[in-house]
Design a protein around this ligand. Structure first.
Ligand code: SF4
Ligand code: SF4
Length: 89
């Protein structure tokens, strides 16, 4: 059975990072707030054509390896598009 990895804060309190897992493109507005906020440069914007042929912009995970699991992107998103997961070993 896998174990959730827990680390420590500066004050030695238990801290379980919740890493970025998925962005729900069906609800994302492409506003870019999450992209600007992420200090780890994990996020970007991509465009695609929807079923009606309209160009749409949505957030995208571009560099998950640099995610520190702070969940700030999820807190700034008014559409609650983000989901997160802890790391397991
Ligand atoms: S903040 Fe939310 S709605 Fe805006 S681009 Fe990011 S995921 Fe999409
Ligand atoms: S959880 Fe933090 S580090 Fe990871 S993508 Fe979101 S804002 Fe960036």
């Amino acid at each position: 059975m896998s174990e959730v990895l827990t680390y420590r804060t500066f004050g030695e309190m238990p801290w379980t990072p919740q890493y970025v897992e998925e962005i729900n493109k069906d609800v994302c507005l492409g506003c870019g707030r999450c992209v600007k906020l992420c200090g780890q440069e994990c996020l970007g914007i991509e465009s695609f054509e929807d079923d009606e042929g309209t160009e749409r912009y949505v957030a995208k995970i571009v560099n998950k390896d640099q995610c520190i699991g702070c969940q700030a992107c999820g807190r700034v998103c008014v559409r609650r598009a983000y989901s997160f997961k802890p790391k397991t070993a």
